[in-house]
Ligand binder design. Structure first.
Ligand code: BGC
Length: 246
């Protein structure tokens, strides 16, 4: 069964048709730069452009890089503040003329990773973290998502964790893998004190360079790289839309 999955990010909006029973893309993904400023209406029009690119009519699963409750976006760390309090799901549905399910980007990536990736069959407490422009988090208890955790905003040395340890900060500050790895380790250590997870899954683009910084991660819980890389958000979004469309 195919569903359109769209991943809304601060710099790009990417979509593809997803076979939600296999967890794979059935077409090449289409990417459009995120409009700047990333106002709700302009972003909605870009999502519509992606739907039209695939001549899609049907449910759309859409990720968003912020807290999303019942379709309403409640924060906006790396997108325009105009999103705070916007009924994003309704706006996107009206603009695309398709039913839209909106959910947090890390939650979507986690859903895909727990179903088809490295988290498959993992019981206990699993924390998935995505390192990109910000740091996203998704928590699973025996495979069930606890949505909208925002661990990237945990305070470490009086700063949001994502302002010390995101992938963007590594590049911007020109940090060595060792230095950045130690920052990530400090962040995981804080989470370990609070949650005692059984497993950490590290996602985002940097997960494919895991051998560079995993040696500096010294948690008690096992740490593994995500398997689904850039496609996890799109796949997880489509899976969430399938849940409500069936
Ligand atoms: C946002 C999260 C999001 C993460 C990754 C953070 O700044 O607050 O909601 O999951 O970035 O995009």
């Amino acid at each position: 069964m195919n569903i359109l999955g769209v991943d809304i990010g601060g710099s790009g909006i990417k979509g593809a048709l997803v076979d939600v029973t296999q967890g794979t893309l059935t077409v090449e993904r289409h990417r459009i730069p995120t409009p700047q400023p990333s106002l709700p209406q302009s972003v909605a029009e870009t999502v519509d452009e992606i739907a039209r690119h695939f001549s899609w009519q049907g449910p759309i699963g859409c990720t968003f890089p912020a807290v999303v409750k019942r379709g309403v976006t409640l924060s906006a760390a790396n997108v325009d503040d105009a999103w705070i309090g916007t009924d994003g799901a309704t706006l996107l549905s009206q603009t695309t003329n398709c039913p839209v399910v909106l959910l947090n980007d890390a939650d979507a990536a986690g859903i895909a990773e727990m179903t088809f990736g490295v988290g498959k069959g993992q019981s206990g407490l699993v924390i998935m973290l995505t390192f990109g422009t910000g740091i996203g988090s998704a928590v699973f208890v025996d495979g069930v998502l606890v949505p909208n955790t925002e661990f990237g905003h945990m305070q470490i040395r009086n700063k949001d964790a994502e302002h010390r340890a995101s992938a963007r900060i590594r590049k911007e500050e020109g940090l060595s893998w060792k230095k950045w790895g130690k920052r990530v380790n400090e962040f995981l250590g804080h989470m370990e004190v609070l949650f005692s997870p059984d497993l950490f899954i590290i996602g985002g683009g940097v997960s494919k360079r895991h051998e560079k910084y995993f040696p500096y991660l010294k948690t008690q819980a096992e740490v593994v790289p995500a398997q689904m890389l850039n496609e996890a958000g799109i796949i997880g979004a489509a899976m969430a839309a399938r849940e409500v469309s069936s």
